[in-house]
Design a protein around this ligand. Structure first.
Ligand code: FRU
Length: 478
């Protein structure tokens, strides 16, 4: 009998050949075919970076979750590996949900949520989410050990374990929902198999969400960070505009103590599409984050093409003097750079200047002198649907996408930085844009769906002058 893993491979092999590549990423990780959501089990093991991800190999829609798998030497060139986990039951019969990976001696251990219904899947009353373990020596084939933590009584939503080591002990944070309050629970273990309940680690205040998904906990710049993806926070002005957010609380913690924090939830990314980020440490101790570059319930036109969902570029986190998390592209990302093409213009006045006719996969660098720029609006356009520009009246940097044919229209924005210089690194791939501001101050990430025949990239300035200190782009180097 063919196993579920073999079935998945056979399906993917066929489906991969039928993909329409018009929006399939050149240098971001996406599934070979079918559906992808959260990054899972990001880890350095045996000389490779591994990225697993939530995956439905059988269609470009969410379905019974598998763990897709890829590995890389440098975080930007990925090699697909066989699907690592399939919902083979009994603990995960309806899906292998999100989770994490740790290296335990010479073993790679995956800790993930087994998703199952006892009875009809139409009601949460029948939902059970339990934490499971699978291990591997070669990092490719996994032995499943089933459930290691059962659903606590009264809970149904209890998922996305993130495990780390501290001293002699393993710790795990798990996201959960208690009635309409999001929570993070803490567990500890000496062997990854027997876990002790350490109680509620953090909990939503009024209005801070009914469910906290994908918690992650780590040290950054001497502080402790709880990163998570809350559901149910209402939009307020420019904040929390996406259906769901991802962000962090900053505080203090020591084993055996309470996690104390200032209660300020800060969003990590300000674009349309960034969710369920997970972090990991590189061998040289950098804290890298990768997120899902999509948003639940927003339209994904690439589904017509046989695939859906992609992961963000790897981003390095650090803590600023102002105690804000800074997020910039991981150093490895420069490996993508091919030739550099400086732009011809350094000053634009009521004009539009073509930079390149086919911006399919490029990194653009733009350093604007804000003090010398009087134009009401100035920035960059890609095809007919994307503008990244400064609105001088609103004093904001705006990412605007307009793809009415796919019901994707609207803006996301951040205030202009103080100091008079706006330095942008803009990564364009076939269906994504990631804008990094002033070397880590802020980031805006969105999916885009340009007509492949209309990918011209231009700079513009309306009603006045816009001044560039530096500008150019790197072609993509395979
Ligand atoms: C987050 C999430 C997780 C869950 C997974 C299911 O996007 O909802 O909470 O484990 O996706 O695919």
């Amino acid at each position: 009998m063919t196993s579920l893993l073999e079935q998945a491979e056979q399906t993917l092999e066929k489906a991969q050949a039928d993909i329409n590549p018009r929006w399939y990423p050149r240098y971001h990780l996406a599934a070979r075919a079918g559906w992808m959501n959260d990054p899972n089990g990001l880890v350095w093991f045996d000389g490779w970076y591994h990225a697993f991800y939530q995956h439905h190999p059988y269609s470009p829609e969410w379905g019974p979750m598998h763990w897709g798998h890829a590995r890389s030497k440098d975080l930007v060139h990925w090699e697909h590996l066989p699907v690592a986990l399939a919902p083979e039951g009994p603990a995960d019969v309806d899906g292998c949900f999100s989770g994490s990976a740790v290296v335990d001696g010479d073993m790679l251990s995956l800790i993930y949520t087994g998703h199952k219904f006892h009875g009809s899947p139409d009601t949460d009353d029948n939902l059970y989410q339990v934490q499971c373990l699978a291990t591997s020596r070669d990092g490719i084939h996994f032995e499943r050990h089933g459930m290691v933590i059962d659903t606590p009584s009264e809970l149904h939503h209890f998922r996305d374990p993130k495990v780390w080591r501290e001293g002699e002990c393993w710790y795990m944070v798990v996201g959960s929902r208690v009635k309409n309050t999001g929570q993070v629970r803490l567990y500890s273990s000496s062997d990854l198999r027997k876990w002790q309940d350490e109680g509620i680690f953090a909990e939503a205040d009024e209005g801070m969400g009914y469910m906290w998904e994908c918690p992650d906990f780590f040290t950054l710049g001497g502080k402790r960070l709880l990163m998570f993806s809350p559901q149910g926070i209402a939009a307020e002005g420019y904040r929390h505009r996406n259906l769901f957010q991802s962000g962090y609380l900053l505080g203090e913690w020591q084993p055996g103590q309470q996690f104390t924090h200032d209660g300020q939830f800060i969003e990590l990314d300000h674009g349309h599409d960034f969710y369920a980020p997970q972090s990991f440490l590189t061998p040289d101790n950098r804290r890298i984050v990768i997120g899902w570059l999509d948003m639940w319930e927003s339209s994904m036109p690439e589904q017509q093409d046989g695939w859906a969902g992609m992961l963000s570029l790897p981003r390095e986190l650090s803590l600023g003097d102002d105690h804000r998390v800074r997020m910039k592209p991981a150093d490895e990302v420069t490996a993508l750079r091919g030739s550099y093409y400086p732009t011809p213009a350094c000053c634009l006045r009521n004009q539009k200047v073509l930079i390149t006719a086919d911006a399919e996969a490029i990194e653009v660098q733009l350093v604007w002198d804000l003090n010398a720029s009087t134009a009401e609006q100035f920035g960059m356009t890609l095809g007919e649907g994307l503008r990244i520009y400064v609105d001088n009246q609103a004093q904001r940097l705006i990412v605007e996408r307009r793809y009415p044919e796919y019901s994707l229209e609207g803006t996301r924005s951040i205030p202009l930085p103080a100091g008079g210089v706006l330095s942008l690194r803009i990564f364009i791939d076939r269906s994504s844009v990631e804008v990094f501001v002033n070397d880590g101050d802020a980031c805006l990430s969105s999916r885009i769906y340009p007509d492949p025949a209309l990918r011209d990239l231009s700079l513009f300035a309306n009603h006045g002058v816009a001044s560039l200190q530096e500008a150019g782009y790197w072609s993509w180097d395979k």
